[in-house]
Structure formats: structure tokens, C-alpha cells
Design a protein around this ligand. Structure first.
Ligand SMILES: NC(=O)c1ccc[n+]([C@@H]2O[C@H](COP(=O)([O-])OP(=O)(O)OC[C@H]3O[C@@H](n4cnc5c(N)ncnc54)[C@H](OP(=O)(O)O)[C@@H]3O)[C@@H](O)[C@H]2O)c1
Length: 443
């Protein structure tokens, strides 16, 4: 591994394909024999630092259409939090089911799960049938793993019945020194960014792009008013940029003055601090409070000068969904990709049907959407929202921070990269956008 790293650091990328691939590598894993370890703990007390291990695992055999990538940096996504606390279920069920689909997929069914759904790094080897990518290419990877043997996925690959999220529903993810991907997950690494900056947008940027911008999601247009929950978080920090970039007006919901400030720095003007304003959409575990929906809607109108949201960008789920359906404008769209606070949503359907609103489900992004989202990063039109970086050994702490909502934007992880700031190939473009690239740093 050291020889591969030395070649990358020396810029000798042509030699990477000729260097031997190590038989094992360091990776962040969860263990199948530990999935019950938090069984008697409350959600908030389940601790990723106890369940995430950093250990040596065997290098998987490379199959047709696949690539082995030397991972310079990766990032924490909420799916790694879910995996590490074994909620809503442990991920070994995904690996077992995948393993049954073919002899090659059987590789993924192991007693350990190498997690992580983002990477920036260098292609080390490609399998048979891969022509678009070569060893030595500097890449990022999106996390759509898709078989495409069925007709259903051929208009939109997210609809393929064998669609999986790499590093969550498959093994050999990005929080490691090596990663196994399908070659159609690869995209060019934005040249003006360091490894850790390039690694952090992938999953959330692509998801936010489909959810908000793509016609497969809300199809945002200029002039739209967009209500964004968690506007400074992983998804929200990209959705806020897409709204501003696309001529819409974001109404950013956050939970602290620091988070409000970072939204202002991105260029948003309309901000609601949900903590300071004390919204309590639920009177108790089973009863919502429509008066609070109305108070929230009135506040949005006060900020917008009377407009209701054309689009509500949803992911908190149970806690906010009733309010989201209520505040969307007549004919508006509530687009949801998650349920962080609980997946059994409750809303008053009268507001939906009488006002002809739409609820749209959205999940990750197809290759085209991920490519377009990455292209916006590469052109310096959307910027990474990296707030802090941990070494691979401290991935548990990084996931803990995200679990506790103690972070801003994205939290990065250095895998092979020995320090931050390496891998920049276009310093001129970087210089033009330096303050935007560093906006979330150390907040
Ligand atoms: N389907 C997909 O493809 C996909 C892709 C990416 C993520 N996700 C899911 O989307 C969710 C968010 O991911 P993320 O990366 O954006 O996470 P994140 O970085 O933790 O940001 C989420 C933000 O949501 C806000 N929030 C959390 N709980 C809330 C609540 N009860 N009420 C209101 N706001 C709340 C918080 O912001 P404030 O505290 O500032 O309000 C938080 O910063 C996760 O469940 C994740 O698994 C799904």
C-alpha cells in the first residue's frame, strides 16, 4: 500500500497500475456478531465509537465492470450512523440477500461490513469490460450500485430492482484504504479541490440534486420558494446552494445561531431558528398540534412577504412532516428522501387533497444526476461544505458527531492521505473560490 501511496503523492500516476495490489487493507467495519450490542439502549445512547472498528481485511477479488480504488479520503454520511447503531435494522441482512444473487455478489456476504459511501482517490485496477477508466485516474465515486439486467431500470437506473447503495447495502465501502466499486460509479475528481474536499459532497450533493433540481424530484425552477429543513446539514448545505444557484428563494430552517450564520454566509436571507422559536409540532408522542403548524406557516409568510413554499425539502420525517404538508403552497410539492426522526409519518390529508399538493419520494440519484451534481462542483458553481476532518482511526468519533447533530455540513475522513490539503491540480480555479470552499471550516 505504501508504494501505491508514494506513487500517488509523487504524481507518478502512470505507475499505479503496475504496482502490486496488497492482499489486505485497513478498513472501518462493523461486525455481524455485535449487532445486538445496543439492544438495551435508547437511540441517543447507541455509540458509533463502540461499534465501528478499524482493522485489516482481505482485498476482494476484482470482477467484470468493477474497479479497485486507492482511497485518499472519504466522508461520514448518515447511513454510516444507521449502520453503526444497527438501526432501523442491521446491514448484514442486505449483504446476505445481495450475496445470494450471484457467485460474484457472494463476496459481499462477510461477517464484517466495510462501510462508507463516498470516496476520492486513484483507480488502481479495473476489471474486464472496463474501458472508460484506467489505473492512475483521479476519481470520486457516487454510491449507486446497480445491476441493470432488468428492463425497469433503463429509463431511470434508480428504478432497477437490483439497486443498492454502495457501502451501505454492499460491502467494501469508502471508509478504507481500498474500495471496490462498479466502474459506472466513477466520476472525475474536481481538480481544484483537495482529496478530503472532493470526497465530501458525493452522496449528499447527488441526493439533494435529484430531490430538489431534477425532474425526477421536485424540478425546482427560478422564482420558487423552497423550505429547507436542516439547511446547514449534509443534504441541506447543498440544497441551499442549489436553491440560490437556480434562482429560487430558500427559507432555511436550522437549530442554532451558528447554523443560521453559516446559511447567511452561503447567501440565504430567510432563516428560521427552530430552537429559538420553539416549535412543538407534537403535543405528545401521538398527538400533533395544528396551531404550531399555523404558527410556523405564518412565520414563513412573514419572511417571504406572503409566499408559501412551492417546494418543501423534507428529511427529518415524523417530527416535521405534518407541518411540511400544511405549509406547502396550493399545488406545491413536499419531496422526501428520509425520516431521521421516525418513518411512520402523520399528516392531515385534507390539506393535501383540497390544495392539490404532491408528495414525492426521492432516493439517491442516477448516474446522470450524480454526474451533473459533480460537474457543478468541478466548475466551482457549488462548493464542498467540509467543516472538519478526522483520521481513519477516529471514524467512530466522526460518526458520533453526526449522530449527535454536533456537526455542520460534512465531516471528512482521511484514509490514505497523510494530511489535509493534498491533491489540488487546478490552483487557479481554487484561488477564485477559496473563501466559499472554506466557508464551513472550523465552524
Ligand atoms: N435517501 C437518500 O438517498 C438519502 C441520502 C442522504 C441522506 N439521507 C438521509 O437524510 C437524513 C439527513 O441526512 P444529512 O446527511 O443531511 O444529515 P445531517 O448532516 O445530520 O443533517 C440533517 C439536519 O436535519 C436537521 N434535523 C435533524 N433532526 C431534525 C428534526 N427532528 N426536526 C427538524 N430538523 C431536524 C438538523 O438540522 P438543524 O438541527 O440545524 O435543524 C440536521 O443538521 C438522514 O436520515 C439520512 O440518512 C437519505
Amino acid at each position: 500500500m505504501q508504494k501505491i501511496l508514494d506513487a500517488i503523492l509523487a504524481g507518478d500516476l502512470d505507475s499505479v497500475g503496475n504496482l502490486p495490489v496488497p492482499e489486505s487493507y485497513r478498513a472501518v467495519t462493523v461486525h455481524a456478531d455485535e449487532v445486538e450490542m445496543f439492544a438495551d439502549r435508547a437511540h441517543a445512547d447507541k455509540d458509533p465509537r463502540e461499534s465501528l472498528h478499524v482493522e485489516e481485511v482481505p482485498t476482494p477479488e476484482l470482477g467484470p465492470g468493477e474497479a479497485l480504488v486507492a482511497v485518499m479520503a472519504s466522508a461520514i454520511n448518515y447511513n454510516t450512523v444507521w449502520t453503526s447503531i444497527f438501526e432501523p435494522m442491521d446491514t448484514f441482512g442486505f449483504l446476505r440477500r445481495y450475496g445470494k444473487t450471484s457467485p460474484l455478489a457472494k463476496r459481499h456476504d462477510q461477517p464484517y461490513h466495510v462501510v462508507g459511501s463516498d470516496l476520492a482517490g486513484v483507480v488502481v485496477r479495473t476489471g474486464p469490460g472496463v474501458n472508460a477508466w484506467q489505473p492512475g485516474d483521479e476519481v470520486v465515486a457516487h454510491c449507486l450500485n446497480v445491476e441493470l439486467e432488468h428492463p425497469d431500470g433503463h429509463n431511470d437506473t434508480m428504478l432497477d430492482p437490483e439497486q443498492r447503495i454502495w457501502g451501505f447495502e454492499t460491502n467494501f465501502g469508502g471508509l478504507a484504504e481500498l474500495a471496490l466499486v462498479k466502474s459506472n460509479q466513477l466520476m472525475p475528481k474536481p481538480a481544484h479541490l483537495s482529496w478530503e474536499e472532493a470526497a465530501c459532497p458525493g452522496l449528499v450533493n447527488s441526493t439533494a440534486y435529484r430531490q430538489l433540481v431534477s425532474r425526477n424530484g421536485a424540478g425546482m425552477k427560478q422564482g420558487d420558494t423552497v423550505l429547507l429543513w436542516g439547511a446547514s446539514g449534509g443534504l441541506g448545505s447543498y440544497a441551499t446552494q442549489f436553491a440560490l444557484n437556480g434562482g429560487a428563494t430558500p427559507v432555511c430552517v436550522v437549530s442554532s445561531p451558528q447554523k443560521a450564520e453559516i446559511c447567511r454566509k452561503m447567501g440565504a436571507e430567510l432563516i428560521i431558528d427552530r430552537n429559538a422559536e420553539g416549535y412543538r409540532f407534537w403535543k405528545d408522542e401521538n398527538t400533533q398540534d395544528p396551531k404550531e403548524w399555523k404558527r410556523f406557516g405564518a412565520r414563513i409568510r412573514e419572511l417571504t412577504g406572503g409566499d408559501d413554499p412551492d417546494i418543501v425539502f423534507e428529511h427529518p420525517g415524523r417530527e416535521t412532516f405534518g407541518a411540511s404538508v400544511f405549509v406547502a403552497r396550493k399545488g406545491g410539492t413536499i419531496v422526501t428522501c428520509a425520516s431521521t426522526s421516525g418513518f411512520m409519518h402523520q399528516y392531515d390529508n385534507r390539506y393535501l387533497w383540497m390544495n392539490l399538493k404532491n408528495i414525492v419520494g426521492s432516493h439517491f440519484a442516477n448516474y446522470r444526476e450524480a454526474w451533473e451534481a459533480n460537474r457543478l462542483i468541478a466548475k466551482g458553481k457549488i462548493h464542498p461544505t467540509l467543516s472538519g476532518v478526522y483520521p481513519l482511526e477516529q471514524t467512530g468519533q466522526a460518526a458520533f458527531d453526526v449522530h449527535k447533530n454536533a456537526h455542520q455540513g460534512k465531516v471528512g475522513v482521511l484514509c490514505l492521505a497523510p494530511e489535509e490539503g493534498l491533491g489540488v491540480r487546478n490552483p487557479e480555479l481554487r484561488e477564485q473560490h477559496l473563501s466559499a470552499i472554506n466557508r464551513f471550516r472550523g465552524v
